[in-house]
Structures are given as structure tokens and as C-alpha cells.
Design a protein around this ligand. Sequence first.
Ligand code: GDG
Length: 473
Amino acid sequence: MSRLIVASNRVVDLEKGIQSGGLAVALGEALQLGRGVWFGWDGTIVESEGQLGLKLSQQNSMRTATVPLTREEYESYYLGFANKVLWPAFHYRLDLAVYDSSFIEGYRRVNARLAAQLAALVEPEDLIWVHDYHMLPFGDELRKQGCRQRIGFFLHIPFPPPEIFRAVPENVALARSMFAYDVVGFQTAGDTNNFVRYIVEQCGGEILDDDRVRCFERTITASAFPIGIDADAIYEMAHTPEAEAHISRLQRRSMANMFVLGVDRLDYSKGLPDRMKAFRRLLEMHPEMRKAVTMMQIAPPTREDVAAYAEIRHELEGLSGAINGEFGDFDWTPVRYIHRIVPRGTLAALFRGSHVGLVTPLRDGMNLVAKEYVASQDADNPGVLVLSKFSGAAEDLEEAILVNPYDTDEMAIALHRALTMPLEERRSRHEALIDRVRRRDVKNWRDSFLAALRSEPLSGARRDMPPIAAAAG
Ligand code: GDG
């Protein structure tokens, strides 16, 4: 059996992180099965290039190979090109992209260095699976190091339409480097179609059969592999005695008897201010909802070194304060806003105890929170998912109440509908949603990607995906 090598920007800390997050669990299992190695940045910054050596660690049958970054690399590669150019542009926010020519240079240099360090470790029969926007040219750099293995790439965030991708510095060179992979995976058919349209319209590429695309004298497979969660694990977490105690404590201590829950990293792509405005509009339109409902927003900090993130934090703090000032009373706080990481067990309990899961990103690759909310519910009395049309999850979860996150009135109406939805409708929507969440779970995602990478025939959920040419743009 071939070994699996996973390369991603951050390697999950085996001691702390392997149990939390569907991605970590799924990749962890795949790695343990295949004597695998997880390669990437260890999250530390060093002051000199002499300290950039590879560190190997082992836990059970899984190994990690990690490297630090220098401060300059952290600033140009991680904060710079990855998070001030690619992240905003791929989330359709060219207005937030920062153009600085040192960023792309640092991005290329770090990808080349990391590829040289990994190339020294790989064996001829290994399968290599590269993850996310930090590492678009990583496969190409591995090829330059002489790697002839099958190499796949999965993009966790959206791929924008060609009209936007064309505004990314060196976009043709980036697209060309993606043809060094054998398989390029996207979250949705829409993202896949955006990529293929760019390749055909801008680079003279050609669509072949079986999800294959030819360009730059290479043929690759470009296809959608929607990521999922471990639904059983989150259900169990939401149904422990501690979770039950948590939910009853929450209900006992609150004047309101209904909860609307949002859980998102504090990122401008997640539409948090728009969501709070919709909640305020609900309270304006339906005075009977005052004191009956509380909105809980958990928004742990992320990438605070990037200016756009500090701005969104101020905006959110201002909005939640304003809503509480305007509508709150001595016995009721309309918005509870928590800017900290909450333990995973608490999160699962809150999912289960909330009447509405409010997941309204302006743009999102998939959004695992939407799936976790569905998986935590009690089938006989489930909550309602209100979901943005612009999340990848909406391609799959059409029985949610789908909303346009830019439209405050529409979201307020959807919230009211969700909070007053009859039990029978809640049950039938949940039944359809949980079926989809279970069928397209994280194991299905991992196995179908690896089957494509090994060139095995398509199986399971991936067979249902619409072909590239037929998918909406
Ligand atoms: C990227 C793409 C794509 C959140 N707050 C806490 C916490 N979380 C957990 C959630 C969920 C995960 O973090 C977030 O995943 P999302 O999918 O919602 O969003 P991104 O972080 O932006 O992820 C996204 C994903 O990659 C996978 O491909 O779906 O589109 O942007 O699991 O529950 N976990 C804990 N405390 C928190 O406070 N423990």
C-alpha cells in the first residue's frame, strides 16, 4: 500500500488538535491507515535561516514533518500573498486585496523551500495530497525537485469567476502551476466551473471527458469533492450528560426561551455585521420577539495581524453594543457575543440547544458549521438552519432556509419563519438535510479524492455531481 503524504500550511498539533475539527480527524485517519506523514508549517517563527530545519515527530502510526518560517516569510507568504491577496480575491473581495510585489515573491520562495524539504522525504510510491490556497504552486515546485509521484491538490476556499481571478497578480503563472498536479479538487461544481472557464477562456485550454482538462501541455482531472464532517462524532458530543447539563443551564439562566446561534472565525467573509443587522431588523419588525429570543454569536479571533480583521472586530463590537443598548433590558440581553475559542463539547451543546443555526457568510468554500448544526439536532424536535446562498454548503443543503446575506429584510423574514416554523416542517426539512450530511461525510470526501488521485473509478456521492460543463457558473 502506498504511503499518503499530506502537505498543508499548518500541521495540526498531534498532542492537542487531532480530536478537534473534521478535517484533522479525517486526514489523521487516512494518515494512520497509510503509514502517512503530515508535512507543513509548525506555526512558529524563527529569527534566522539557520533555524529552518525539518522536525520529525511520531504519534501512533502517524508522523508529522514540520518546519518553521522566518519573520520575513511569515509576512510575505502567510500574511501577505496568502491572506492579503488570495484570501480576499478568492472570496470575491478585490477591494480588500493588497498589491505589493514582495508578497508573490515571498510566496514562491516559501513554496519552493518547503517543496525542497519535503522532496527529501518522499518515496517513489507515495501519494501526495496538497491542501489549500497557501500552496497553489507547491506541486509544481515538487516536480522541479524531480518528484514523479501522483500529486493531488484540494482548494478549501471558493475559486472565483475568471473576471476576478484575472485581477490576481501572476494569475496565468499560478493557473499553469496547478497543472503540475494530477487531480485538482474544489468544494463545489460552481468553483470547478469557474476554474475550467478561466482555463478555457484565458489560457486556450480544452475540456475533455471524465472531468479532465488539457492546457499547458498537461492533462489534469478537475472536479468537485464537497468536504463533509464526522456526523456521528458531533451528534455524540451534543448528547453527552455534560451537554445536557449545559443546555438546561443555558435555558434556566435566560429570560428568552429561544436561541439563534452563529459560530464563525471572526472573518469578513462570514457576513457577521450583516447578520447582526438582520437580527436587529427582526426585533424591529416583530416586537413580540423581544425577550423571547437571544442571538449568540461565537466569533473566535483569527489573523489579527491583518488590518481588515481588526476593522471587522470593531464593527461587530459596535453593532452588538448598539443592539443591546437599544433593545436590551435588565432581564434580557438580545445579543451575546463571545470573541474567544469555545471548547468543542460546549459548541456541540449550543448547536443542539439552539432553535436556529444562522450561517450567513457572504462567500464560503463549504462551511462546516452548517453541517455540524444539522448533525447535532434531535430528529424528533430539530432546529432550523438558515443558510447563505453563497456558501458551498448551499449547493447540497437546499432544504435549509436559503437567504441572500446582503439582504437584511430577507434575512429578518427568514429568521422569523425559522423561529415560528411548525414541528412537522422542521422534521421533514431536517430529515432531508441529515441524510445529505451523512452521505457526504468527511470519509466520503477523503476516499473519493484519494480514489481519483489513484485513478480508481468514481464511487458513492461523487457520482451524483453534475459534470463540469453543465454546472452553473
Ligand atoms: C475553511 C473554509 C471550509 C469555529 N469556532 C470554534 C470552532 N470552530 C470550528 C467549527 C468548524 C470550523 O471551526 C470552521 O470551519 P468552517 O468550514 O465553518 O470555516 P473555515 O474555518 O473558514 O474553513 C470553509 C473549510 O475550510 C473546510 O474545507 O468549509 O469554507 O473557509 O468545524 O466548528 N471550534 C471550537 N471552538 C470555537 O470557538 N472548538
